[in-house]
Design a protein around this ligand. Structure first.
Ligand code: B12
Ligand code: SF4
Length: 492
């Protein structure tokens, strides 16, 4: 039987690597149906050393940006070796702009949406060399033309089952003890216009039952003994009932591990004290949410359905119940005025004043995402253009001042400086909050951990002075810091 190879592209040998959930999910039904599946995580192994010769196809998972770049690298390498091997692309990037991806010489089929069922059906056809144009969720080329079948139906998340972690080289993930990843739901019912989640997963929120979640977490905990699990759902807290059930069950199990998930700030003020105690007691020492902006007008403009006073209430409640918030903010939105930009910077200071231990992981530069409502507005009203080819998408950067083309060129440097300073202050604070053991686990060695500490200490006075005095001109040293940081993290 021919081998199926699924690749999670990325820069080789980076230190901070998470488990590639996408290819694990796609691999599961293939494995259950007796296929020979090999997973390649290019961040921890050299994809050039893999034997592709007998592959039925190679599947490439991709988000927009640097992953497209590395996915293309892989695709080119395989095509050069054997042009007959089919290259199948899947993931958020091909799902949102399938036509751009399939137009590339390095893509034969695009699987849109969830890959589990679609890829299994496709595999059965490819194995017998049969046509596949009646399978939903596909975009492909035939005689120079692009064809797309209707969207596939959502899968039943309760039927996913324990993932085949053993297909990964688990011992090569330096930080899984501290950073295991899990998905308990998909989609989000909120209408935020900047977010690409709906284009990828739909507005319908689908979730595993609390029983399934507890059973799957139990499997992970007994097999890999993580100290902390990140629940990577877009919005874990949509169903209060399910959250309560999960928290109660976790407390009963007495697993004594930390959990981390995403919440919305407007949910928190509606929770009772008992609910907050329950959440904290079950291990959510930290929760993340997007505050987005310090301007109520902009919050309304992006349909975030939250107001700044609620953000402040949430921060206060988190302080009261000893839950550390991890907050993200955003600048550079279309129509943003100088006053509104400053309101966002002031919100940062206000948060820190209320809860000095709070983490603002970034004042990010707004990045239009394909498939989002705001991106459509930008294209129609601001003449905004996305990259056209896979090669161009590979160069596209998230939170880059180059994306906000509607902002005056001179002002973009200011946005960049704000982003870099806050990103630095976040990383600095994170390093201070970790034990040396945690740092070592994430860095891979004592030497790298020490270098990371010293390196960040050196830049602290620069960042602090700039922020306090709002000095945003010529952020050369911050660019230097970010260059080193992004190399280390493998992000762009
Ligand atoms: C975990 C995560 C990460 C992880 C790793 C991702 C992973 N796949 O393991 C890390 C930290 C590396 C990461 C980084 C980034 N991320 Co991220 N991330 C997520 C997050 C929170 C969960 C993704 C996940 O694991 N989902 C669960 C799996 C099962 O779903 P999935 O990945 O979509 O895969 C399914 C389908 O897409 C498809 N599929 C996927 N791959 C393949 C391959 C084949 C061959 C087939 C057939 C099908 C298929 O089938 C899968 C199973 O159903 C999502 C938000 C969310 N909650 O969805 C954002 C999200 C995917 N990230 C996003 C972005 C933008 C980024 C960043 C660019 C920005 C940043 N925050 O720094 C970076 C850099 C990424 C890069 N370009 O390298 C966007 C993607 C938008 C886009 N157009 O690409 C999302 C959707 C967040 C958002 N709403 O904006 N991310
Ligand atoms: S930004 Fe968050 S709350 Fe808004 S739609 Fe996206 S996932 Fe949902």
């Amino acid at each position: 039987m021919k081998k199926i190879i699924l690749v999670f592209p990325g820069p080789y040998d980076v230190s901070d690597v998470n488990i590639p959930l996408s290819i694990l999910h796609v691999a599961k039904p293939l494995l259950d149906n007796g296929y020979n599946v090999q997973l390649v995580d290019s961040r921890i192994e050299d994809f050039r050393q893999v034997e592709y010769k007998n592959a039925l196809y190679v599947g490439i998972s991709s988000m927009s940006g640097i992953q497209v770049y590395h996915g293309l690298e892989t695709a080119k390498f395989i095509r050069d070796q054997n042009p007959k091997i089919k290259l199948i692309w899947g993931g958020p990037h091909p799902t949102t702009i399938p036509d751009d991806v399939i137009s590339s010489f390095y893509a034969d089929i695009v699987v849109r949406g969830e890959g589990e069922k679609t890829l299994l059906k496709l595999t059965k056809r490819l194995e017998k060399d049969e046509p596949f144009n009646d399978i939903s969720g596909l975009t492909f080329k035939k005689e120079g033309k692009i064809f797309s079948t209707p969207d596939s139906k959502s899968i039943d998340l309760n039927g996913v089952g324990n993932l085949p972690y053993h297909l990964l080289k688990m011992d090569r993930y330096p930080n899984i003890i501290d950073k295991f990843e899990y998905i308990s739901s998909k989609g989000c019912p909120h209408p935020c216009t900047f977010c690409s989640d709906a284009a990828n997963c739909g507005r319908e929120w689908r979730a595993k039952s609390s029983e399934t979640v507890i059973s799957e977490l139990g499997h992970i905990i007994s097999t890999y003994e993580p100290k902390r699990i990140t629940i990577q759902d877009a919005n874990f807290f949509v169903s209060r009932k399910r959250v309560e059930e999960i928290c109660r069950a976790v407390i009963k199990k007495d697993w004594n591990i930390d959990f981390y998930a995403f919440i919305r700030s407007d949910y928190v003020p509606r929770y009772s004290d008992e609910m907050m105690v329950l959440i904290r007691k079950s291990g959510f020492k930290e929760l993340a949410f997007g505050a987005e902006s310090g301007s109520n007008r902009l919050l309304e403009y992006i349909k975030k359905q939250q107001k700044t006073d609620k953000i402040i209430t949430t921060v206060k409640m988190f302080k009261k119940f000893d839950i550390k918030p991890v907050i993200s903010l955003m600048i550079g939105l279309p129509t943003e005025t100088n006053k509104e930009l400053n309101q966002t910077l002031d919100l940062y200071d206000q948060i820190m004043e209320i809860f000095p231990e709070a983490m603002v992981n970034g004042i990010f530069i707004f990045t239009p995402f394909p498939g989002s409502e705001l991106a459509r507005i930008l294209i129609d009203e601001y003449n905004y253009r996305f990259p056209g080819t896979l090669e161009e998408w590979g160069q596209w950067k998230w939170s880059s001042p180059k994306n906000i083309t509607w902002v005056e060129k001179e002002a973009r440097e200011r946005y960049e400086a704000i982003y870099l300073i806050i990103r630095f202050l976040f990383v600095y604070k994170l390093l201070q909050s970790w034990s040396f053991w945690q740092l070592k686990v994430r860095c891979g060695s004592t030497a790298i951990a020490l270098i990371a500490l010293l390196f960040n200490k050196f830049f602290y006075p620069f960042a602090k002075t700039r922020w306090v005095n709002r000095l945003f001109k010529y952020p050369f040293e911050m660019r230097l810091w970010y260059l080193a940081y992004s190399r280390f993290k493998g992000v762009n």
